[in-house]
Design a protein around this ligand. Structure first.
Ligand SMILES: O=C(O)COP(=O)(O)O
Ligand SMILES: [Mg+2]
Length: 227
């Protein structure tokens, strides 16, 4: 009982400060010192988790765009393409709506396989248009994501685990929303932070007493050296 378990960590809602926004800097050190692979699995566009790994100082093992983009450290896999989501966006715009991020938004600029829409925008018409195009809309609590129904974080994590030789039965996952349910299904142990949505809380093995990074830090302390 001396090794650290592999980790799968969500970003928004999970590594965030108590107020819900911005990475809590206390997570940097335990992640950097972690003695096993750490996969960052997020709904954010590809550059964000890559930059997070880079600045923490750990190998870039990344599931981005809710599984649409997977990076094993050697190879990048795209499991959907943006064309259908872009078509939904065009139709949403033609109906008088917008993504709500401003004209030069960085939220979608580097997004390869899906489109994110600000939570302040009307979701009814977005869901209707997406359904017509065979896509789904998920609400992470941070954005609406217009995405292919197939890719998910869990499949991406399996791809990375196979490449880096990680046994997911040993893995510990922490997350906060519906886009982490597939993560919780593939990881041996799963934790939802207190601020998690109902889908994540139901799917997790355990719902934590603490919210955001406080919850995640408590898990890291608890599972360190547990395999
Ligand atoms: O991009 C989002 O909406 C949420 O991102 P997350 O998966 O890191 O929580
Ligand atoms: Mg999240």
């Amino acid at each position: 009982m001396t090794d650290d378990p592999p980790l799968v960590l969500d970003i928004d809602g999970t590594l965030t400060r108590p107020e819900g926004w911005g990475i809590d800097p206390r997570v940097f050190e335990p992640i950097r010192d972690w003695d096993a692979p750490v996969v960052i699995a997020t709904g954010k566009a590809f550059p964000y988790p890559v930059a997070l790994c880079h600045f923490i100082g750990v190998p870039e093992l990344v599931v981005a765009e809710n599984g649409g983009v997977v990076y094993t450290g050697d190879d990048v896999f795209f499991t959907a393409d943006r064309a259908a989501a872009q078509a939904v966006l065009e139709e949403y715009r033609a109906a008088g709506y917008d993504t709500g991020w401003g004209p030069e938004n960085t939220v979608n600029r580097w997004r390869e396989t899906e489109i994110a829409v600000n939570l302040e925008q009307p979701v009814g018409p977005l869901r209707e248009i997406a359904a017509k195009h065979g896509l789904e809309v998920i609400d992470t609590g941070y954005a609406y994501h217009v995405k292919d129904t197939d890719p998910n974080k869990g499949d991406g994590i399996e791809t990375i685990a196979a490449r880096v030789g990680v046994d997911l039965a040993d893995a510990v996952a922490v997350g906060d929303s519906v886009n982490d349910v597939s993560t919780f299904e593939v990881a041996g142990r799963s934790f939802a932070v207190r601020n998690a949505d109902d889908a994540a809380k139901t799917a997790a093995d355990e719902v934590l007493e603490d919210a955001h990074a406080d919850g995640t830090l408590a898990v890291l302390e608890r599972v360190r050296g547990s395999v």
